[in-house]
Design a protein around this ligand. Structure first.
Ligand SMILES: NC(=O)c1ccc[n+]([C@@H]2O[C@H](COP(=O)([O-])OP(=O)(O)OC[C@H]3O[C@@H](n4cnc5c(N)ncnc54)[C@H](O)[C@@H]3O)[C@@H](O)[C@H]2O)c1
Ligand SMILES: CC(C)[C@H](C(=O)O)[C@@H](O)C(=O)O
Ligand SMILES: [Mg+2]
Length: 360
């Protein structure tokens, strides 16, 4: 039976990197007779331009029907000036995540050995780095109610958001993280701010409770400020990290630089059944859009995650990851991961190289 992959290029560098990832997906589809069919839809700023809203009904319907979704990135200065926050491009992305229940966000920060000199840290501190950040994606302060901007007495405006998690949401993401840790290095660090925020006191309590079901996994807790510092001091102390929506957003961007560039960090956002949306962790990078400078590897590696987690094609995922490694062995680098003695290539040339490596 055929499976449908919905492609959402989005804005800025989104279409450029998705084009390369799509070539890779189309190639493996043909090579290994995966039976994938592709549809494309608008999201974010591109959807605002066409339909006036960041998540048109047709896009949400297509997302619900798809077996898996590949997204580029959304947002950019063209839409930043829109006064109504409800039609910011990012609402399209958050709308898909929440409507599809994609609560489990996996963000693997892996240093390819070839990129040891592109990392922000010294090679000896990062060599062999392989961390998985498990970020809760459909709750927390991103979605908590009430939220808004109100006028206080005296006419002073105040903005407010609500940081809320119920125990089921915490347990659900905790299980994803404990299961991942069980499959990996058997070490899980839960990141919170339990010295200040009640919601994370509950988070810590639930994680401790879950730990009783996973005696083979060593659970530790860390405050988020320390976790940010430890990530850039001694990142290899971590195996799996689990945290809430906003802390996970911030920590995963920090972890990205340990791997050489945010252009190397893929992600999977999964629902309870393993259906998922796959996207690079970075944004639409308006500063380099349209210049052929964007690194497409995070998006190509997101395709590998799609094959592994949603399409039951783990062997093909391995082949894509091996092809990425091979291309790095050939010393090809986009600008963001460039270092001495390497050859700089464009977004499309990097795509060409991965396609050629897969063809063998
Ligand atoms: N998932 C998403 O769609 C997503 C994620 C983050 C930010 N955004 C949106 O993107 C827009 C820009 O945000 P930002 O500038 O804060 O973050 P960004 O991630 O787009 O860019 C941050 C920096 O990283 C660089 N960069 C990002 N991806 C790269 C790649 N593949 N190759 C090389 N360099 C890359 C950019 O050039 C920029 O200097 C905003 O509208 C923001 O809301 C969207
Ligand atoms: C664009 C934005 C809403 C998004 C987030 O904060 O989740 C992005 O930064 C990400 O990391 O996917
Ligand atoms: Mg982010």
């Amino acid at each position: 039976m055929s499976k449908n992959v919905l492609i959402l290029p989005g804005d800025g560098i989104g279409p450029e990197i998705v084009e390369q990832a799509k070539r890779v997906l189309e190639l493996v589809n043909e090579q290994y007779s995966l039976g994938l069919e592709f549809t494309e839809a608008l999201v974010g700023g591109a959807a605002i331009d066409a339909d006036g809203i960041p998540l048109p009904e047709a896009t949400l319907d297509a997302a619900k029907k798809a077996d898996a979704i590949l997204l580029g990135a959304v947002g950019g200065p063209k839409w930043d000036a829109i006064p109504d926050f409800q039609i910011r491009p990012e609402k399209g992305l958050l709308g898909i995540r929440s409507n599809l229940g994609l609560f489990g966000n996996l963000r693997p920060a892996i240093l390819y050995p070839q990129l040891a000199h592109a990392s922000s840290l010294k090679p000896e501190i990062v060599s062999g780095l392989d961390i998985l950040i498990v970020r809760e994606l459909t709750g927390g302060i991103y979605f908590g109610q009430p939220r808004g901007v109100r006028v206080k007495e005296g006419g002073v405006r105040e903005g407010y958001n609500t940081y809320v998690y119920d125990e089921n949401e915490i347990r659900r993401i905790g299980r994803v993280a404990f299961e991942a840790a069980r499959q990996r290095g058997k070490k899980l660090c839960s990141v919170d701010k339990a010295n200040v925020l009640e919601v994370t006191v509950l988070w810590r309590e639930i994680m401790d409770d879950l730990a009783k079901e996973y005696p083979d996994v060593e659970l530790s807790h860390m405050y988020v400020d320390n976790a940010a510092m430890q990530l850039v001091r001694a990142p290899k102390q971590f195996d799996v990290m689990v945290t809430g929506n906003m802390f996970g957003d911030i920590l995963s961007d920090a972890a990205a630089m340990l791997t050489g560039s945010i252009g190397m960090l893929p992600s999977a956002s999964l629902d309870v059944n393993g259906k998922g949306m796959y996207e690079p962790c970075h944004g639409s990078a308006p500063d380099i859009a349209g210049q052929g400078k964007a690194n497409p590897l995070a998006t190509i590696l997101s395709v590998a995650m799609m094959l592994r987690y949603s399409l039951n094609e783990g062997d093909t995922a391995d082949k894509i990851e091996a092809a990425v490694s091979q291309v790095l062995d050939q010393n090809l680098r986009t600008v963001d991961i460039m270092s001495d003695g390497m050859t700089v290539v464009t977004t499309a040339q990097m795509g060409d190289a991965v396609v050629a490596a897969l063809k063998g």
